[in-house]
Write a protein that binds this ligand. Structure first.
Ligand code: FO1
Length: 306
């Protein structure tokens, strides 16, 4: 079975880890949001790609979700002592990845080629593809002005009230090599339980990705990020309220209309009435939860496959 999954952020990475352990998947391709990417201290940082690389290679900080387990922080302490910016935390080991990626980019390699090399180096079986090798940047128009994603998310801790979300560069961005083929060849496609508006919409803003999803004969299933009416982590429901959207699964299904054929949602929440849905416990605390949710998603997708 060939599986493609669109993902971004910590919740998405957990689901992809579950898929990586599911029986019967011979090819797994994760297509990852790069709207969160930014330049910081002269380095190119690609947080959602790195969260997935760390998670799938067993190196992630399980409590934090992002960054590496057992990280050291000598660089940040030295940076702070210099009066440098300390709102974005770069662990010593994590820093090596940003320095390496930035150097490879300067030498003319593409983000997708660099990601493939790192995934191979760390023994990751799944294919990890940035959504595009072209720059796309998520911006939020807020009551504090226009903020780049990481300034909104990390520096301002999602406190500003959001009026509009923009994906700069998306209109002219091409999918990275392999992205469209992974969707076209997949037997099932998943949209991971990532924030629909911040983590998945940048992917859908790349026209050829949205077209491939609309045209595929394979079932496309979204896993709702809501558990008990709230996102496990992050600002999903706060954002939905600010954008005038009811924070429930019906609204998320409507948001993905024309893209998805079904939804997996938490058993504690009402499902959407507009399309086939499967209720299960979707909280993914340990590895067995992640595998169980991923397996439920595969089983449900099979029931929808033509
Ligand atoms: N998230 C935070 O909330 N605070 C941080 O200081 C932080 C640092 C960081 C460093 C490297 C990296 O790859 C990710 C990091 N993240 C941090 C997570 C990141 O901001 C992600 O964009 C979000 O988790 C949304 O997906």
């Amino acid at each position: 079975m060939k599986v493609a999954v669109l993902t971004g952020g910590v919740g998405g990475a957990k689901f992809v880890l579950g898929l990586q352990h599911c029986a019967g998947i011979e090819r797994l391709t994760a297509i990852v949001n790069t709207g969160d990417d930014f330049r910081h201290l002269g380095l190119h940082i690609s947080p959602d790609i790195d969260t997935l690389l760390y998670t799938l290679s067993g190196q992630s900080d399980a409590v934090q979700g992002w960054g590496r387990a057992g990280e050291r922080w000598a660089f940040m302490a030295a940076l702070k002592a210099l009066g440098g910016p300390d709102w974005f935390n770069l662990g010593d080991g994590d820093l090596a990845l940003h320095v390496w990626r930035s150097d490879q980019l300067r030498q003319g390699k593409t983000p997708s080629a660099i990601t493939t090399e790192i995934a191979e180096c760390w023994g990751i079986g799944a294919t990890i593809l940035p959504m595009s090798d072209d720059p796309v940047a998520t911006w939020l128009d807020t009551d504090e002005g226009s903020l780049a994603f990481q300034n909104y998310f990390v520096e301002r801790q999602c406190r500003p009230v959001v009026g509009k979300i923009r994906f700069e560069g998306a209109a002219g961005a091409k999918p990275a090599p392999g992205v469209v083929a992974a969707i076209e060849e997949a037997d099932m496609v998943f949209i991971a339980p990532s924030n629909p508006y911040l983590s998945v919409d940048p992917l859908l803003a790349v026209r050829d990705i949205a077209t491939a999803l609309r045209n595929t004969a394979a079932p496309v299933i979204a896993i709702s990020p809501l558990v008990g009416g709230k996102a496990v982590k992050g600002p999903t429901t706060k954002l939905m309220s600010e954008l005038g959207i009811d924070p429930d699964n019906r609204a998320i299904a409507a948001h993905y209309e024309g893209i998805i054929d079904g939804m997996i949602h938490d058993a504690g929440d009402a499902g959407p009435a507009s399309l086939p849905a499967c209720a299960t416990a979707t909280l993914m605390s340990d590895l067995s939860d992640k595998i169980r949710v991923a397996q439920a998603a595969c089983d449900f997708a099979r029931t929808l496959a033509g």
